[in-house]
Design a protein around this ligand. Structure first.
Ligand SMILES: [Zn+2]
Length: 273
């Protein structure tokens, strides 16, 4: 019952938060209940993106018992709005072989208005020069957080109460970015989730009204934990590295988006597993 009661009593989401709250206490696993004591700290931290991130979130989820989080209900109290319409130009997962992308990149034009995906409170807003650029993090009463990055301008500050669809920033390319786009993340307990199957970004539509969180949702964490990388040293080519790790050149190419003729740079990172 712990998480259920605590989230309801956190306040700050207005009187209607009980209507939109979506956890079912019966479905909470014992391990997750233990986290309830940490949740207030996590939700109201104003310094850190993920102040409380479990070491292994999959261990906190009961097998075969997904947690259902509502993104949209029939009542108007809960509605998901796509933050910006545009093509999805980079998905969730490994890219360039070794780098794991924890969000979705949506194409936009410089200055386009980006809106809050759901009602909530801005937990963090600021500037991260080496990463998100101008960004904000919104905590939502359904237990999720959304992260928005690379704005040219921020329109909210921490503690701002926002409604779904309310402008929160203008599109840009600040931080670690090569062109104007929105970096959008959905997080549960600080852990990013792939929501690409739930949202049609080009048409601005939510495809599923509920998000089911299970151990499978976080399957990528196991892949990441077991991943092996290699940094290219002078004189090394694909065949030398493949031999060293007892894998084929074709396998290395597939994993890293290379062709067998690719010339490697010294210092380049390759994923081996
Ligand atoms: Zn991104």
């Amino acid at each position: 019952m712990g998480v259920f009661i605590l989230l309801l009593s956190l306040g700050g989401f207005g009187r209607d938060s009980s209507k939109v709250f979506a956890f079912s206490p019966r479905k909470l696993y014992e391990g997750l209940e233990k986290l309830s004591e940490q949740l207030p700290k996590m939700w109201w931290d104003r310094r850190c993106l993920a102040p409380f991130r479990p070491q292994d979130i999959t261990a906190l989820l009961a097998p075969n018992l997904p947690i259902t989080i509502k993104l949209q209900a029939s009542e108007e109290t809960l509605s998901f709005v796509v933050p910006v319409r545009g093509a999805l130009n980079s998905g969730f997962g490994f890219r360039w072989g070794w780098q794991f992308h924890y969000g979705l990149d949506i194409d936009l034009h410089w200055g386009d208005t980006v809106v809050a995906a759901m009602d909530g409170e801005v937990r963090l807003a600021g500037y991260d020069p080496g990463g998100y650029g101008y960004y904000c993090v919104i905590a939502h009463p359904n237990g999720l957080e959304t992260v928005y990055g690379h704005f040219s301008r921020l329109l909210v500050t921490p503690e701002t109460q926002v409604k779904a669809g309310q402008p929160i920033g203008l599109g840009g390319s600040t931080g670690l970015s090569t062109g104007p786009h929105l970096h959008f993340e959905v997080r549960f307990l600080g852990e990013p989730i792939d929501v690409s199957a739930l949202i049609d970004f080009p048409n601005g539509q939510l495809l599923e009204r509920e998000l089911h969180l299970s151990r499978e949702t976080f399957g990528h964490l196991k892949t990441l934990r077991n991943a092996v990388y290699h940094t290219v040293r002078p004189g090394e080519c694909l065949s030398v590295i493949a031999r060293r790790y007892r894998v084929s050149v074709g396998y290395l190419c597939r994993l890293n988006g290379l062709s067998p003729r690719s010339v490697l740079r010294v210092g380049q990172r390759l994923r081996i597993r």
